[in-house]
Design a protein around this ligand. Structure first.
Ligand SMILES: Cc1ncc(COP(=O)(O)O)c(C=O)c1O
Length: 486
């Protein structure tokens, strides 16, 4: 019944004459509408809106919202996406009137508080990365990659060098080659070693005077720290290239090590993941980049500066800037939440975040590995990639079957079939905000699922509105309207 009401459209619930509110007759003189609004702007047809009561509307939307899973309702171990709890205090702070009522076109004198917050965010991101120059503009990790690659391109052009290639390992996130291609580079994919790390021989074989950038995620998408990262960076630098660190997995290393210290020249953060901006379904995001000093002149503007003498914050466009990649100052709503998170936790708190994220992942890996083996690495960082190959070959239960069936038990599915280097990959990232009880319950559920009838599992999930849509069609041609308005 509940689900039926939730998916019945408001047009379906509509009855002529139903209202959410009825206003008392006006006790002031009434002016005809066309005296207030030009006749040409007035509609001559009825609006075609559904006629429903307030309770119809509330029940419709509340029920609809419960058909989705989110971090506020379910464990959400979606590997690579860092779906950690989003503190509600930060939601409240980010929606204070002094923040949401600002307008970017206001005079800077009225924006000083916001500029100070953004300046301090730049400073904290510089310190955490070990890379001194920051741009807050990019609106997501992928846009951060793209922005950094354009920055690198401008740097090489400024030096009179024509470098055309971007290299990345075959475990890279799809956005790495996509960003490189959109930035106009030739993409070169490298092999991984049998331990799941960058293959140094293959890297050496491909580095040459055409290499602009080597992009590497560290810890990588298998949840393993690239132990040779300093040597890798040295090899790339010796060839005249730059090292880009995809910082999507910063949750594993906060306060322990810094991309700038292990050889990175540029990186992006995913503020929405690592620093708890609520995200999902494509937004909202924030992907600031941090770069070495020699790249600072090429960053997008505006960069926020502090004028200590005047005790004010100003905007500056770097002298050789690649230009803006987004309007105004970046995705402020998410940056404010990230600022609150960083300020709340401080240095020691951030270190504890990574410690616990890594502990949780290793605990879960240890209690699951007899049924879901992990091909690479004895210990993992903040996530691990298991394989369902054993269950597939023994009784036909695939990674997809397990992921889909988990939904019936109230767990969001882990990431599956990524990274591509692991067959039947199940990528699990529990995050630091989950309890041991939740991790135990999740592991037990997977064990139970693996005992179920494979035929039954192939049809899972059994409790959701839709079971197994064609995911490509669903993403490319979504049906956004459930019926025609009457
Ligand atoms: C390793 C890695 N790199 C880059 C990205 C892209 O980040 P965004 O989704 O913010 O564009 C992701 C996103 O999941 C990722 O996991």
């Amino acid at each position: 019944m509940r689900n039926q009401l939730a998916t019945e459209s408001l047009f379906g619930l509509s009855h002529h004459g139903r209202r959410g509110a009825r206003f008392p007759a006006a006790d002031v003189p009434v002016k005809p509408l066309d005296e207030i609004i030009p006749k040409s702007a007035l509609s001559t047809e009825p609006t075609g809106l559904p006629e429903v009561t307030e309770s119809d509307v509330i029940r419709h939307f509340v029920n609809l919202s419960t058909l989705n899973m989110c971090v506020d309702t379910h464990f959400y171990p979606l590997g690579s996406c860092t779906m950690k709890y989003n503190p509600k205090r930060h939601e409240r702070l980010a929606s204070l009137p002094g923040i949401v009522d600002l307008h970017p076109y206001q005079d800077l004198s009225g924006l000083q508080g916001m500029l100070e917050l953004l300046y301090e965010t730049q400073e904290m991101l510089a310190e955490i990365s070990g890379l001194p120059a920051v741009s807050l503009q990019p609106a997501a990790g992928a846009q951060g990659e793209f922005t950094a690659l354009l920055t690198a391109k401008a740097y090489f052009e400024d030096r009179g060098e024509k470098r055309t290639k971007v290299l990345f390992p075959n475990s890279a996130h799809g956005t790495n080659p996509a960003s490189a291609a959109i930035a106009g580079f030739e993409c070169v994919q490298l092999a991984s070693s049998k331990e799941g790390l960058v293959d140094l021989d293959d890297l050496k074989a491909h580095l040459d005077d055409q290499t602009a950038v080597f992009m590497v995620t560290n810890p990588n998408t298998l949840g393993l720290f690239e132990k040779d990262i300093k040597q890798i960076a040295q090899m790339v630098h010796d060839a005249g290239g730059l090292v880009y660190i995809d910082g999507a997995n910063m949750n594993a290393i906060l306060g322990f090590t810094r991309p700038g210290d292990f050889g990175g020249d540029m990186m992006h953060y995913n503020v929405h993941k690592t620093f708890t901006g609520p995200h999902g379904a494509g937004g909202p995001g924030s992907g600031p980049i941090a770069v070495r000093e020699f790249l600072a002149d090429f960053l997008p503007g505006p960069v926020i500066k502090r004028n200590s003498a005047e005790n004010e914050f100003t905007l500056e466009t770097p002298p050789k800037s690649i230009g803006r990649v987004r309007s105004f100052y970046g995705n402020i709503g998410i940056l404010v939440r990230g600022y609150c998170y960083l300020r709340t936790l401080g240095a020691a708190g951030l270190k504890a975040v990574s410690e616990n994220a890594v502990l949780n992942a290793n605990y879960l890996k240890a209690i699951l590995k007899d049924v879901l083996p992990v091909p690479n690495g004895d210990l993992c960082m903040h996530e691990f990639v298991a394989s369902a190959s054993k269950s597939k070959s023994e009784n036909g239960i695939t990674a997809m079957d397990i992921a889909k069936r988990l939904l019936d038990f109230g767990f969001h599915a882990p990431t599956v079939y990524f990274p591509l280097v692991v067959p039947e990959a199940i990528m699990i990232e529990p995050t630091e905000t989950e309890s041991k009880e939740t991790l135990d319950a999740f592991a037990e559920t997977i064990r139970n699922i693996l005992q179920e009838d494979p035929e039954f599992l192939h049809l899972a999930p059994h409790s959701t509105k839709i079971s197994r849509p064609d995911e490509v069609v669903a993403a490319r041609n979504p049906i956004l309207q459930c019926c025609e308005p009457q």
